[in-house]
Design a protein around this ligand. Structure first.
Ligand SMILES: Nc1ncnc2c1ncn2[C@@H]1O[C@H](COP(=O)(O)OP(=O)(O)OP(=O)(O)O)[C@@H](O)[C@H]1O
Ligand SMILES: [Mg+2]
Length: 356
């Protein structure tokens, strides 16, 4: 039992105890016991916590309350010391188990002394507390995974350089190839995690989107080489300047382009097209379409593509589109997906055109 830290002096209400009592009093019940040991007042919540009728409790002697409440109240009255946040299992015959949190505050004024009893039913609290703890854990998981990803990534750079060298020297060694491939996969996951959990502050500059798209396509050259994939550029937008973060936009387009290539596997047509569309008066959008002739998208998956961790791929992280969408939003833009099974897909990225 915790007698609490404050004592009553000069008949004053100890402010610390009163404050904490008020604080926990959101769903609490309150009983007031008079100097004659009878219940002078009782809120409906208190009656509910004690599984009794309020009118039967009013004016009843304290001894009619379930144990151990009578003794606790008597002791507090005698010593003048408050009891704060004591958890009890009151004896409520044939009424099931219940945990109550009790605070008892003897209040002495010049004319009368009373005992205020505050009751909280904790029986349903664990669910709420569990949810709060889970939310807490999720929040810290985000921060934790960001720092973890960061550390892993630093180590990966060195490991990857050396295994690449090993693979070059031992072309036919299956082991080194497996190691290299798996390292690449881990590297991709960690990069995505880092991006998702802790995006670094964006640096906005004027971007020429056609240049950025060309650069992204150049980076994918080796993924296309050796396959029957043809590339079509249809840059129809007369203006291609936007305000944006170069690295972020490139990452978004790499995700979309990689998805398109993965959807086509070894053959198909990859089209990158741009156009200007009119929005509300005075606003123009640069729309970039990444179109493939790949496997397409099942109708039931269309609504889930941008959810983090949604993937239909064996080795996918399911973060690519979630990240791309976040980047689009950070640029006041949007991404839309269209697709039909076996008839290819189109991802359209819209960004406000830089006026002037
Ligand atoms: N061009 C596309 N054609 C068909 N399906 C697509 C296309 N782009 C995305 N998808 C579907 O959306 C899912 C989510 O894509 P997302 O890029 O977020 O993750 P992923 O590609 O599975 O994994 P990661 O990008 O992390 O390697 C994919 O698993 C796939 O089912
Ligand atoms: Mg992807």
């Amino acid at each position: 039992m915790s007698p609490g830290g404050s004592t009553l002096e000069n008949g004053e209400l100890p402010t610390g105890s009163a404050a904490s009592l008020l604080q926990e009093c959101l769903a609490c019940g309150v009983l007031v016991v008079n100097a004659r040991g009878r219940i002078a007042a009782c809120t409906p919540e208190a009656a509910a916590h004690l599984r009794a009728k309020a009118e039967r409790l009013r004016n009843a002697p304290v001894t009619s309350l379930p144990a151990p409440l009578p003794k606790l109240i008597r002791d507090a009255a005698k010593s003048g010391r408050p009891v704060t946040n004591l958890e009890i299992l009151p004896t409520l015959p044939r009424r099931g188990a219940m945990t109550l949190r009790v605070s008892i505050l003897p209040v002495k004024t010049r004319t009368q002394s009373q005992i205020v009893v505050v009751l909280n039913n904790l029986t349903s609290a664990p669910v709420f507390e569990q949810n709060m703890r889970r939310l807490d854990r999720l929040a810290s998981l985000g921060t934790l995974s960001a720092s973890l990803a960061h550390e892993i990534k630093n180590g990966m750079v060195a490991i990857k350089t050396f295994t690449d060298l090993l693979v070059q020297k031992n072309q036919d060694t299956e082991l080194t190839e497996v190691v290299s491939r798996e390292l690449q996969r881990i590297n991709a996951i960690v990069t995505q995690m880092l991006r998702f959990a802790a995006p670094k502050a964006a640096t906005f500059t004027t971007i020429h989107m056609h240049e950025l798209l060309d650069h992204s396509l150049r980076l994918l050259h080796h993924q296309i080489a050796g396959k029957s994939i043809s590339l079509q550029r249809r840059y129809e937008a007369r203006v291609d300047t936007v305000r944006g973060d170069d690295a972020q936009l490139q990452q978004a387009f790499m995700n979309l382009l990689l998805n398109a290539l993965e959807a086509m596997n070894t053959k198909g047509v990859l089209t990158v097209a741009t156009e200007i569309t009119e929005g509300k008066p005075g606003t123009r959008w640069l729309r970039i379409h990444i179109q493939d002739t790949g496997m397409g998208i099942a109708r039931e998956n269309l609504g889930r593509l941008f959810e983090p961790f949604f993937t239909t791929k064996k080795n996918g992280t399911g973060l690519g589109l979630a990240i791309s969408q976040r980047i689009a939003h950070e640029h006041q833009g949007a991404i839309q997906a269209q697709g039909e099974v076996n008839r290819g897909s189109t991802f359209s990225f819209s960004l406000p055109v830089l006026s002037g």
